[in-house]
Ligand binder design. Structure first.
Ligand SMILES: *Cc1c(COP(=O)(O)O)cnc(C)c1O
Length: 404
């Protein structure tokens, strides 16, 4: 991803070429960036060889999941649909964990039939539901319990999940009750303690604190867990000024923990694997000048990329062709949808732009396409995977006949 002769280029393909071939808006993913992210992730934690379960909800394109599977990753799923996608992509069910507070009877049944590694339960009621189904099938089911460690992950409040006011996991007291309950159950095999404290975490300290809390809890019980599932949440840099999560420090904390607690580690990364591999290419439909700023009206909208409207997230926007002349007024990049939240970002010093120019919205590989909708009966964009000078359509643009 760099400018070659002033043209924004993903591997060996310029976004101009993409737009010409596939129209806009278009989601483009870089294969080599994906590979680099996976290799980096593995390298950071290689001393204890964790099971890395890719969080499917961050990007559920089946062809991308197939590539991720080839790197040996498992999957973290949060619905039957995601579980079906993971299995269809060829991921070994023994590398799949199922999270979420509201798994239905149908979803649990399906997960049990597929013999996945773990159902990470989040309440006593859910455990009883799993037990009921297991009893009927006369099977013993491996589960995890998700602990709510009451930790501030120091991220956006909308994507914090480990505080006591969040719906996720169970508190210490319930955790001990569940351990006791499972001890006497013929059908439940409690194998794992799981946590996931939030997303886009850039500070290692909340992770350190979580490990300390887990350690205390493990000291108080004599239950033999086999796994510790530390969830995902590792943040990425959405801006050049952003701080960076220290994998080195996180790794040190885990290694210290593992010295005293012999457990197999599971991770559930989503964003850190796919976030920075994705680019949304969009064309400027109109430029509307106002007193204080120019509205750059794009053909991409909040239905294609919801993160800005949903959490006030800011994505870097870059021109497809670099020019030296600057726009006289600040540029606000907006979509065509009839909602005031349908805007991406305001940039003070952007280069001069013209109608029909292309721009690139960066770092949209995670929670981009997977959060997209058909609001305003807008067809979802095409998704393409770029590998060197090769382009592969991994999902076709939706057609109006699919929608109407
Ligand atoms: C969303 C989610 C993840 C992935 O989070 P990232 O921030 O994308 O790494 C992992 N585990 C669970 C339980 C989740 O809900």
């Amino acid at each position: 991803m760099k400018y070659i002769n002033n043209k924004f280029t993903i591997e060996k393909i310029s976004v101009e070429t993409v737009a010409k071939k596939f129209k806009t808006p278009a989601y483009c993913y870089s294969y080599s960036k994906l590979k680099e992210n996976v290799e980096n992730f593995k390298k950071n934690f290689k001393s204890f060889a964790p099971l890395i379960c890719f969080a499917i909800k961050s990007n559920s394109n089946i062809n991308l999941i197939k590539e991720i599977k080839k790197f040996g990753l498992g999957a973290d799923v949060v619905s039957k649909g995601e579980l079906m996608a993971a299995i269809k992509a060829g991921i070994n069910p023994k590398k799949i964990v199922f999270s979420g507070v509201g798994k239905t009877n149908d979803e649990i049944n399906y997960a049990i039939d597929k013999k996945i590694l773990l159902i990470n339960a989040e309440s006593i009621s859910e455990i009883k539901e799993i037990e009921k189904i297991a009893k009927r099938k006369n099977k013993r089911i491996q589960i995890g319990i998700r602990l709510n460690p009451n930790i501030d992950a120091k991220t956006l409040s909308q994507i914090s999940t480990g505080k006591k006011e969040n719906k996720f996991g169970v508190n210490n007291k319930t955790f001990f009750e569940i351990i006791k309950y499972c001890k006497y159950s013929k059908y439940i095999d409690l194998k794992c303690l799981s946590v996931h404290i939030g997303s886009q975490i850039l500070d290692h300290k909340p992770y350190e604190k979580t490990l300390k809390i887990i350690e205390k809890i493990l000291e108080k019980t004599n239950h033999n867990f086999e796994f510790i599932d530390l969830g995902g949440g590792m943040g990425i840099s959405y801006s050049d000024k952003s701080k960076k999560l220290s994998y080195v420090k996180y790794n040190i904390a885990i290694k210290k923990f593992l010295k005293r607690n012999k457990l197999k580690v599971i991770f559930e990364p989503g964003r850190s694997i796919v976030g920075n591999i994705g680019f949304l290419v969009s064309k400027i439909t109109y430029i509307k000048k106002s007193e204080k700023k120019n509205f750059i009206i794009l053909d991409a909208a909040m239905n294609d990329l919801m993160r800005p409207a949903l959490y006030g997230a800011v994505h870097k926007i870059l021109p497809s062709i670099k020019k030296s002349k600057n726009s006289k007024k600040p540029c606000e990049f907006v979509g065509p949808i009839c909602e005031s939240t349908d805007k991406f970002t305001l940039i003070k010093n952007f280069q001069e732009l013209n109608e029909k120019d292309l721009i690139v919205i960066c770092d949209v590989g995670a929670y981009g396409m997977s959060l997209s909708s058909n609001y305003n009966i807008r067809p979802k964009p095409v998704e393409i995977l770029i590998k060197g000078s090769k382009i592969k359509v991994i999902k076709k643009r939706q057609m109006y006949k699919d929608l109407i």
